[in-house]
Design a protein around this ligand. Structure first.
Ligand code: MRU
Length: 346
């Protein structure tokens, strides 16, 4: 299987290279990012997206942004670092990995005054976050593998694949490993309105890997379940509260409600960096509201009509059969307080 590297260093290490996901599936092109403006723009316009990928890109991006200033006077450098970190941290609010990665990078250089040394520490920490994400994806795949016996028909929503991480994905990781092990797995993909991460990205990367994939519009999932054609659902997460409530792409809640009604397991796959020990329940999670044009742009909507466009929803823990992480499979009652990786989730 050819690995998709959604986030990596550009040659020379002075920029972070991302696959520009706005242009998929029409074109597979990369973008090199070395300024705060470009990084925040790439994150907020979803050129790089998916909770783990934006965390990795943020840590690498912060290091790349600060590299040209390694000879700047310490006070000016420190002010620039803090301002850059604040801007990157707030580029999108829901996926906890973004704030987590920026805070972790800052913590790695805390107390160090020499700008050159700070840059070296930022690069080192970004490298660690990148490698950890790759490793956690594989571990999620290994832990999730027993959930997908030969012949499983899986439904997924949005994109929690290689494009959304630095590795082989979260929700798609067990699917890739099951396929690699020779199991016949069939994947049904919700198109994921309004930005079509399912059709543009998930269907694209699964087809590219040679995994049988069928696309459906979001409203078709329940009828497919009723027809007895889905064995389990697997999705990713943008933030998981300690009580097991899950924030993920808008529409995930509906999938979970339908799965519960039909007695179908609803699995959430995420690295421990997505568990937020500072958030007790889904009610505390800020949901990103996005532009009207994403919903109204592609189709004719009268000007007088308001548009509702939250990027994410909350799936209550009661609807989640199990959470598959890099540390293993967790089932209710969820008590994830001590599960998040080191680093602030404040
Ligand atoms: O708005 P997006 O495309 O960044 O939303 C992504 C999702 O909701 C994913 O399911 C989630 O980040 C998990 S990615 C491994």
């Amino acid at each position: 299987m050819e690995i998709i590297e959604a986030v990596r260093w550009a040659p020379g290490g002075n920029a972070v290279r991302i696959i520009d996901q706005r242009r998929l599936p029409a074109e597979l092109v990369t973008l090199d990012i070395a300024t705060v403006e470009d990084l925040c723009d790439a994150i907020s316009t979803l050129a790089v997206r998916g909770a783990p990928a934006i965390g990795v890109a943020a840590a690498m991006g912060l290091a790349a942004v600060m590299t040209p200033y390694r000879s700047e006077p310490a006070k000016a450098f420190d002010a620039r670092l803090r301002e850059s970190a604040t801007r990157i941290r707030s580029a999108r609010p829901t996926a906890v990995n973004l704030a987590w990665a920026v805070d972790r990078a800052l913590a790695a250089a805390a107390g160090v005054e020499d700008p050159a040394e700070v840059v070296d520490l930022l690069v080192l920490e970004a490298d660690r976050i990148l490698e950890e994400d790759r490793r956690m994806c594989r571990q999620i795949g290994e832990h999730g593998l027993p959930l997908l016996p030969d012949g499983t028909r899986v439904l997924t929503h949005c994109n929690a694949g290689a494009l959304a991480t630095a590795g082989i994905g979260t929700a798609l990781a067990p699917i890739y490993l099951a396929a690699e092990a020779g199991r016949r797995i069939e994947v049904f993909v919700d198109e994921t309105r309004p930005l079509m991460q399912g059709s543009r990205l998930t269907a694209w990367e699964l087809a590219r890997a040679g995994i049988p994939v069928t696309l459906l519009t979001d409203g078709m999932a329940a009828s497919l379940m009723r027809a007895g054609r889905i064995d389990c659902c697997i999705v990713g997460a943008d933030r998981i509260a300690v009580n097991g409530d899950v924030a993920n792409k808008i529409g995930t809640y509906g999938v979970a409600v339908s799965a519960k009604h039909h007695g179908i397991p609803m699995y959430v796959a995420a690295p421990t960096s997505t568990i937020d020990s500072a958030t007790r329940s889904g009610d505390e999670i800020e949901i990103e509201q996005r532009a009207r044009g994403e919903v109204a742009g592609a189709i004719a909507v009268p000007d007088a009509v308001r548009v509702y466009n939250p990027a994410f929803d909350i799936t209550p823990a009661a609807l989640v059969t199990a959470i598959v992480t890099d540390t293993g499979i967790h089932r209710a009652p969820y008590a994830l307080e001590n599960m998040s990786l080191e680093g602030s989730h404040a």
